[in-house]
Ligand binder design. Structure first.
Ligand code: NAD
Ligand code: TDX
Length: 336
């Protein structure tokens, strides 16, 4: 395969490139990434001199670059996005441009060059929220009902991708996955923010009372799921991907982190809640039954590996941690 990866220098994209080269060394990859604050050039240093890997710094909104790169590949795996809900509350405009218009740009080029597969990476957040006391789960038939500017922009991009399949026969697949965690995640996100705060002598910030829940998926399990869809998924189909059998509350999550890092509940600080704070849990029966995929990590072993990684790679996160905490200070002062 000749694959164009968008957003390959971010968290999931860089894990995917590592995973793909390990398991498919014969394939070639072009990584198109704008290198926003969320990207880290250190993520992919090991491929710098590889003949099968090419990095292009550029924006998916740039029609010329997108046209030139799409003409060279047969497959697109589209990760690039503005991905942080809190930043979309601060400034939604970039989310609409990158996530909606950027996806449109890629779709137009994919149509022009009759790409063999366009795989769109989306999120369970497009489905909205599950009631706090409910054990419901999202599945492929759940109606879209996004709550944040981020999830609304991702929902729009999903609709565009699906419309290019229905209207133009573009060979697309879509995956809607739950919250990922693991190595190389930006310290603005809950799990790395919590681990790096404890490692820096600070406290974990818990939004509200910590009752909201998520379905945590280890990034390597996510990469294996994308691989299963690329190799055996059915064109035009959507696959929901989750890591657990039920939602885990943020309190359960932070207690696990505290336990693994030998800290007590005095290392928790309860802060103002996020507006429109959702709950998510995903039913992943379809990908399990049709493609034989299931997660390998349980939350405890995945979290232990993640805590170890952030403990051993402090140089990787120290600068970005500073910027992330500055962002939170600004966001909190705006909300006062
Ligand atoms: P991330 O923020 O870590 O990385 C995003 C990458 O996209 C960065 O490298 C950034 O530089 C790049 N990018 C942003 N705008 C771009 C543009 N205009 N042109 C080119 N590159 C651009 O995000 P992530 O957590 O790796 O998420 C990847 C994808 O997975 C996103 O589409 C996100 O919506 C989706 N997703 C993420 C999660 C999660 O828990 N992280 C869960 C579900 C779905
Ligand atoms: O400091 C924090 N304290 C806290 O209690 C942060 C950063 C978050 N939280 C809570 C909010 C959520 O309930 O933790 C949960 C997870 O928050 P985030 O890490 O911001 O992730 P979330 O908003 O759930 O979105 C993530 O998963 C779905 C990704 O950022 C999205 O890109 C993806 O689509």
């Amino acid at each position: 395969m000749k694959i164009l990866i968008t957003g390959g220098s971010g968290f999931i994209g860089s894990n995917f490139i590592k995973y793909w080269f390990k398991n498919h060394p014969e394939d070639s990859i072009i990584n198109l990434d704008k290198m926003t604050y969320a990207a880290n050039p250190r993520n992919l240093v090991e491929f710098e001199n590889s003949p099968n890997y090419k990095f292009v710094k550029g924006d998916i909104l740039d029609e010329k670059i997108v046209d030139e790169l799409v003409s060279q590949v047969d497959t697109i795996v589209h990760f690039a996005a503005e991905s942080h809900v809190d930043r979309s509350i601060d400034d939604p405009s970039l989310f609409v441009r990158t996530n909606v218009l950027g996806t449109y740009n890629l779709l137009m080029a994919a149509k022009k060059y009759q790409i063999k597969r366009f795989h769109h990476i989306s999120t369970d957040e497009v489905f909205g929220t599950i009631e706090l006391d409910s054990t419901d789960q999202f599945n492929e038939s759940t109606p879209y009902d996004p709550s944040s500017p981020y999830s609304a922009s991702k929902a729009s991009s999903d609709h565009l991708v699906r419309s290019f399949f229905k209207t133009f026969g573009l060979p697309v697949t879509i995956s809607n996955c739950s919250n990922n965690y693991g190595p190389f995640q930006h310290p603005e996100k809950m799990i790395p923010r919590s681990i790096t705060s404890l490692l820096s002598g600070g406290k974990i910030k818990v939004y509200g009372q910590g009752l909201n829940f998520r379905d945590w998926l280890h990034v390597e399990d996510h990469c294996r799921a994308i691989e299963a869809i690329l190799l055996n998924g059915k064109i035009g189909e959507t696959y929901c991907i989750g890591g657990l059998k039920k939602g885990t509350s943020n309190m359960e999550l932070v207690r696990l982190i505290l336990k693994l890092m030998n800290k007590g509940e005095d290392s928790l600080e309860y802060v103002a809640d996020r507006p429109a704070h959702d709950n998510y849990a995903v039913n992943w029966d379809k990908i399990n039954k049709e493609l034989g995929w299931e997660p390998k990590y349980d939350l405890e072993s995945g979290m232990k590996q993640t805590v170890d990684w952030y403990t051993q790679n402090q140089i990787w996160w120290q600068e970005t941690k500073k910027e992330a905490e500055e962002f939170y200070i600004k966001l909190n002062s705006l909300n006062k």
